[in-house]
Each structure stands twice: as structure tokens, then as C-alpha cells.
Design a protein around this ligand. Structure first.
Ligand code: BG6
Length: 472
């Protein structure tokens, strides 16, 4: 299919948006909810663990979705959303993570949310673990460094699959599962001990998550045979900074640090290239005899990924400028512009990344996060003219279309934070991604009022025309 002929996205393409429980629900101690790792990260993922100061953490109130979900879902319905991704807060279901029985009030809240989505024909895509886990499991077991978490996660997964089997047919196990090697507290509830081999702990924790994920896939297929369950990685391919062979190898190695996580969950086995990495870094993964079989037999149905930017890699990075990213950055690409937060903007990198993933796995892909964080200005008469966001999203969705034209099977496109939420990285609200503005500010002030931005009507039209209204 030539570029110009690509006009329409597939029938039943899942247009929508994504959020995470801990970034928008608020009500962090209501109805029996326990405290999570996210509740202890008032400065965001980058700021790491801090003691709780009640009332001083923006995420504790979030945007108060917990009490305003009807109003918010009505707005998503008005935009014509086909799919809405959110996560279940593990701590609403098992407040400490290892109780005998689940918390009924927590289960009921998600019943209500899913019922509300159903009223508008919006399909939920639910992440089991999005950057939060019960703090009780961190204190008692040391988080994912401990094998015990595998059983507890399986139990939690089975409970929610049983409860929501008639309401939720799309699932993701772990959000950005590769985060554990960048932010072990957020990704795995892990505190490092003095003198230990951190990589060893991180990759062992990742192994436990792989096994837990495989068990969740198994349970999902048993309990909800018509469901699809995927993995989720923080993606964004690496380009070699130059065509020097050393830079090309460097990009290959950096890419593999990401792809390792989808390789294991999609191929069902550890890729051989990791043997060398493990050996050179003194890593020995404890793998139980049944693990290999579990990984092999319960691979994911689709590959979910976030894409905010591509990255560059050089074998000789000294003196080169770097650019940040949502979890990890890279060497700055001289051919790209940057967002206010320094993320480099590369729509074509999305098409490239889609092709890399599809060539590798031959499984459906799902773009479950993409978007532009910007400091929107609320003008008089409630006008928010976010043309820059429209351009960013338009250009990325057009490239997603090009990826489809290349032959990639793409289930849907979900932009990040369709309603403004608290940022995961830095816990700011002024870094806004939404089509809907929320009157809340970094100093904690604001009325929580929801206001439509210019991009609201734009995205509504994109969905209504199934992509035909995009500017190519
Ligand atoms: C992804 C996370 O890494 O990026 C989200 O899955 C996060 O939770 C998103 O919010 C955007 O990053 P940030 O730091 O701008 O919120």
C-alpha cells in the first residue's frame, strides 16, 4: 500500500486513552485501600521513596476520579472513545497484599467503573500492576526480589479475573515491565542493600515478574477464554548516533535491554544474547525447573508498548549532549526538536519501532501510551489552545497508520492521560497530556473543574472519522 493510499484505520480499531490508578484516582486511603509504593513517591518515580506526609502528595487526591468517575467517563464517551486503559490498584483489592480475602469495597469500585464505561460502549483495557504495589509487600518480603510475590500476584490476578470476567476482555500484566532495571522501587518495590550486585537483584526481580506474568496469562486464558492479555514495555528504538560500527553495536545492545523483556514474554524463553550480558555482570538468575515450562506455555497474546520518543546511542558518548525520556533518555539526536520537558519528538520513530516489534514477534501490537506533556495555558472564557498537542498527536497517529500500511497488525491507539493527571516521573500536574484540562496545580490548589481543550474536538473527529480527518 502506498503512503498516499493509506486513509483509514482498520474497522473496530481501538481509539482511546490510558491512565494509571495511582496517578488519577486519589482517595488513597478510602474504603479500605492500603498504602502503595506510589503513595510513598511524592516527588514521582525520579524522586523515589519518601515518608508519607498526609495531604502533601498530589497523587493522594490525584484528580479525584474516585468520586468523579461518572463525569469523567461521560466526557470520554462524548469523544467517542472505544477503549480506555486504566489499572487496578492492587491495594484496593488486597490492602497489604497478603490478606486471605479481598476487600469488597475495592472490588465494587471497579465494578462501578466498568459498568459506567459499558454505558458508553467503551472497552476497558486493564493493567494489573501499574507502578504500584502494596507497601506491605515491600516491608514484609522486600518486594519483587522475593519469590513469594509470584504466588501473591497470581492470587490477586485470579480474584480480579473471576470478578470481572464478564466486563473486561483486554488485560495487561505489568506496565513498562522494563522499568525494574531503571527504577527498582517503582518497578519492583525493591530497596537496594549496601554492597549488593544491583543488577543481580533487578534481573532476579524481573524473573519473578516474568513467572508471575505467565501465571496471570494462564489464569486469564482459563477464566476468560475470550480475553486477550498482553505485556507492556517502555519502548522507543535506539538509533546509532553515527554509522560508525561501534555506534551500531551500541544501539543494538541498548535496544536489547528493552526488547529482552518482550522477548521473554512473547517467545517464552530467555534470549541467548543475555547469556553474555549476565556473565559479564556477575548475574545468575535462579530459575526453578517449572519456570521454563510456564514461560513457554503462557506467552502473551499481544505486545503493548508506550512510545514517547526514540533515542540515540553512541559508543563514545563523552562530550555528547543527552536528552531525557520518560524512564530513560539517550544521546541527543541533532535532527529532532524537543518538548518543554526535553523529550525529543520523533513521529517516524513510532513507525520504525512498530516495525521492529512486529518483525520480531509477529503478534498484534497495541500502542497503549503516546502523548505530549505540556504546560497548557488556561485563557479567558475557558479556552485552552493546545495546537502543539494536536500537531504532536496528529503526526504520531499518521505514522502509526504508515506502520499499518507497512503490514503491522495494530489493535489500537491510546494516548496518554486523555484527562490531565499527576505525572509519574516528577509528580507534577502542570505537565499535562489531556484533551480535558483539570483545574489542579502543583501547589495543591484548584477546584478540580474539568475544561475541554481545543484537542478535545480534534480527537473526537479523528475517532469519528476513523482517522480520515488526520492531516497527512
Ligand atoms: C509512562 C508511564 O512511562 O510514561 C506513565 O507508564 C507515565 O505512568 C507516562 O505517566 C508519562 O510520563 P510522565 O512522567 O510525564 O508522567
Amino acid at each position: 500500500m502506498s503512503l498516499n493510499k493509506f486513509k483509514k484505520f482498520p474497522e473496530r480499531f481501538l481509539w482511546g486513552g490510558s491512565v494509571a490508578a495511582n496517578q488519577f484516582e486519589g482517595a488513597y486511603m478510602e474504603d479500605g485501600k492500603g498504602l502503595s509504593t506510589a503513595d510513598y513517591s511524592p516527588k514521582g518515580i525520579i524522586g523515589g521513596y519518601h515518608e508519607i506526609k498526609h495531604g502533601e502528595h498530589l497523587t493522594h487526591e490525584g484528580i479525584d476520579f474516585y468520586h468523579r468517575y461518572k463525569e469523567d467517563i461521560a466526557l470520554l464517551g462524548e469523544m467517542g472513545f472505544k477503549c480506555f486503559r486504566t489499572s487496578i490498584a492492587w491495594t484496593r483489592i488486597f490492602p497489604n497484599g497478603d490478606e486471605e480475602t479481598p476487600n469488597e469495597a475495592g472490588l465494587r469500585f471497579y465494578d462501578d467503573v466498568f459498568d459506567e464505561l459499558a454505558k458508553y460502549g467503551i472497552e476497558p483495557l486493564i493493567t494489573l500492576s501499574h507502578y504500584e504495589m502494596p507497601m506491605g509487600l515491600v516491608n514484609k518480603y522486600g518486594g519483587w526480589r522475593n519469590r513469594k510475590l509470584v504466588d501473591l500476584f497470581e492470587k490477586y490476578s485470579r480474584i480480579v479475573f473471576e470478578r470481572y470476567k464478564d466486563k473486561v476482555k483486554l488485560w495487561i500484566t505489568f506496565n513498562e515491565i522494563n522499568s525494574i532495571i531503571h527504577f527498582p522501587f517503582t518497578g519492583g518495590g525493591i530497596f537496594m542493600k549496601d554492597g549488593e550486585n544491583e543488577l543481580q537483584v533487578q534481573y532476579q526481580g524481573a524473573h519473578h515478574q516474568f513467572v508471575a506474568s505467565a501465571l496471570a496469562v494462564k489464569a486469564c486464558h482459563e477464566i476468560i477464554p475470550d480475553a486477550k492479555i498482553g505485556c507492556m514495555i517502555a519502548s522507543g528504538s535506539y538509533y546509532p548516533y553515527t554509522c560508525r560500527p561501534e555506534d551500531v553495536i551500541s544501539a543494538l545492545e541498548y535496544d536489547r535491554k528493552i526488547l529482552f523483556f518482550s522477548d521473554v514474554q512473547s517467545w517464552g524463553e530467555y534470549p541467548s544474547y543475555m547469556n553474555r550480558y549476565f556473565e559479564e555482570n556477575g548475574i545468575e538468575i535462579e530459575i526453578l525447573p517449572k519456570d521454563e515450562e510456564l514461560l513457554k506455555e503462557h506467552t502473551v497474546d499481544f505486545i503493548g508498548f508506550s512510545y514517547y520518543k526514540s533515542r540515540c546511542s553512541s559508543a563514545f558518548p563523552e562530550g555528547l549532549e543527552t536528552s531525557p525520556g520518560n524512564l530513560f533518555g539517550g544521546v541527543k539526536n541533532p535532527y529532532l526538536n524537543s518538548s518543554e520537558w526535553g523529550y525529543q519528538i520523533d513521529p517516524k520513530g513510532l513507525r520504525y519501532t512498530m516495525n521492529v516489534l512486529y518483525d520480531r514477534y509477529h503478534k498484534p501490537l497495541f500502542i497503549v501510551e503516546n502523548g505530549l506533556g505540556a504546560n497548557d495555558i488556561l485563557e479567558e472564557r475557558d479556552i485552552i489552545n493546545d495546537e502543539y498537542r494536536i500537531k504532536y498527536l496528529n503526526d504520531h497517529i499518521v505514522q502509526a497508520g504508515e506502520g499499518i500500511a507497512d503490514g503491522v497488525e495494530l489493535m489500537g491507539y491510546l494516548s496518554w492521560g486523555p484527562i490531565d493527571i499527576v505525572s509519574a516521573g516528577t509528580a507534577e500536574v502542570r505537565k499535562r497530556y489531556g484533551y480535558i484540562y483539570v483545574d489542579r496545580h502543583d501547589d495543591g490548589s484548584g477546584t478540580f473543574r474539568r475544561i475541554k481543550k481545543k484537542s478535545f474536538e480534534w480527537y473526537k473527529e479523528v475517532i469519528y472519522t476513523n482517522g480520515a480527518s488526520l492531516k497527512r
